[in-house]
Design a protein around this ligand. Structure first.
Ligand code: PLP
Length: 462
């Protein structure tokens, strides 16, 4: 039976890298120019993680399509890694946002829209009090500070290999038995990460009880379904155990819906009937306009409300948070875009994508798996889906020839799929073989993506 060899992967990768560079002279030239002014040649170093040696410079993006400065038109399945989950610049967002932009962007004063937004967030997610921040990282940082203040405890519990943004406490990993700052972390706050964070594996109620029992954990931070080390679904009963144990040991529960909002209009919190004490949602909450929301249970909200206002802004938020334009954008997004109807369109297409990739994998006898949550679909080069973050780390090292410490989670095979797709007009998320289905994605788009994957696999097996 034919096998995919590293030699073949590297051979195809070299060909695709060359094609990528030759077909994008303008992006390449702009990148060379940008290097004179920007660290790593990009306005934010995140933009340097795309494969290909230099990033595509975008000219325009609408719905599920993006055009670059060289005139290539892409089907965008990356969608800003969830920020544009609801499509680029949807008219339902642009019109009210533009209208607000002409009436003042930021004033350090609330606007009337916030009443509607607060009421709707409470209705959707079941938490009575809210704050509006700029990003999910911001909101998670605030949530963890609040949790420490409310409980009088210092430690945070995070699941291994999870990601919650630029949040010191969660940039910690248990790397094959050693607790460490994530490789490459810059200027960590403390030398010993154990002073901030206890890390255990997801889906292990026994380990959870052991970790909470000493009574020193302020907060458990988790995605309802893990999305950043492969999609990892909670096993039956796990969320019940998580809620019961956090309550038993006086630990607050923070659910981060920033990615899992792809599961429905109230994210996986809604789908799984979860009852968090704190909830964070960033990225698509304002259709990609910078904003994030943080919900609090009644007790926390009321205790925070009784504090001297002056004391509530040290350590989180900022003068731009909750600005008029962001609140208008959240209102428009919740009204028109983050709706049941939207998911009724995107989830069946994502299912079709999942089934299509499953069929390709099984037809070609590949030891890979596919996973989906809502309208997010991902395949990885491991035979079995991981149950825990540590499984993914181990699998990537073994199957994708990855040096996790130096290169992150992308190995040559993953990079090849990205470039192969990019060169054929399809953008995948740069950090996984992950695709998002937006309301503008069509069944033909899904078929085209499947055909490109199949072609790449045929070349690898030839
Ligand atoms: C689950 C989760 N939470 C929070 C964040 C941070 O979002 P941002 O980078 O927009 O602050 C991310 C980013 O990928 C994420 O995946």
């Amino acid at each position: 039976m034919p096998e995919i060899t590293l030699e073949k992967v590297k051979q195809l990768l070299a060909r695709e890298e060359e094609r990528y560079a030759v077909e994008r002279p303008k992006s390449r030239a702009l990148y060379e120019e940008a290097r004179r002014f920007f660290v790593a040649g990009v306005p934010m170093t995140w933009m340097r993680i795309w494969p290909g040696g230099f990033p595509i410079f975008a000219r325009e993006a609408r719905g599920a399509r993006l055009t670059d400065v060289d005139g290539h038109r892409y089907l965008d399945l990356c969608l800003g890694d969830t920020g544009a989950l609801l499509g680029h610049s949807p008219p339902e967002l642009v019109a009210p946002l533009a209208e607000q932009l002409t009436r003042g962007i930021t004033s350090l004063l609330p606007t009337e829209d916030c009443i509607w937004v607060g009421r709707e967030l409470s209705r959707r997610f079941g938490l009575p009090y809210w704050q509006i921040l700029m990003t999910a990282s911001d909101a998670n940082r605030m949530a963890l500070r609040v949790a420490r203040e409310m409980t009088g405890r210092k430690l945070i519990l995070a699941f291994n290999a999870s990601y919650h943004g630029s949040v010191d406490e969660t940039l910690v990993v248990d790397f094959f038995g050693t607790l460490m700052h994530i490789p490459g972390s810059m200027g960590p706050v403390v030398d010993d990460p154990a002073k901030m964070t206890r890390v255990i594996e997801f889906n292990d109620s026994g380990a959870l009880e052991k970790a909470l029992a000493p009574g020193d954990i302020a907060c458990v931070i988790t995605e309802p379904v893990m999305t950043n080390v492969g999609i990892i679904h909670p096993e039956p009963g796990y969320h019940d155990a998580l809620r019961a144990l956090t309550r038993r040991y006086g630990t607050l529960l923070l659910i981060d819906e920033t990615h899992s909002i792809c599961g429905g209009p109230a994210g996986m919190t809604g789908e799984l009937n979860l009852e968090p004490d704190l909830l964070v949602l960033g990225k698509p909450i304002a259709g990609g306009y910078p904003a994030a929301v943080l919900g609090f249970n009644r007790e926390i909200g009321e205790r925070l409300g009784r504090r001297v206002p002056w004391h509530n802004f040290f350590g989180f938020g900022g003068t731009l948070s909750g600005n008029a334009a962001a609140v208008a954008a959240i209102r428009a997004t919740l009204t028109h875009l983050l709706t049941k109807e939207s998911f009724e369109r995107t989830i069946p297409l994502a299912r079709k994508m999942e089934e299509g990739i499953t069929a390709i994998i099984s037809k070609n006898n590949l030891p890979w798996y596919v996973a989906r949550v809502g309208c997010r679909v991902e395949f990885r080069f491991m035979a079995q889906p991981p149950r825990r973050g540590g499984d993914t780390l181990a699998g990537e090292v073994e199957y994708n020839a990855v040096d996790v410490i130096n290169e992150g989670l992308s190995g040559p095979l993953e990079i090849l799929f990205h470039l192969y797709c990019t060169n054929r007009g399809i953008l995948l998320s740069p950090v996984h073989d992950m695709a998002l289905v937006s309301p503008g994605t069509t069944a033909e788009d899904v078929n085209r993506y499947l055909a490109v994957l199949e072609a790449c696999i045929q070349e690898l097996l030839a």
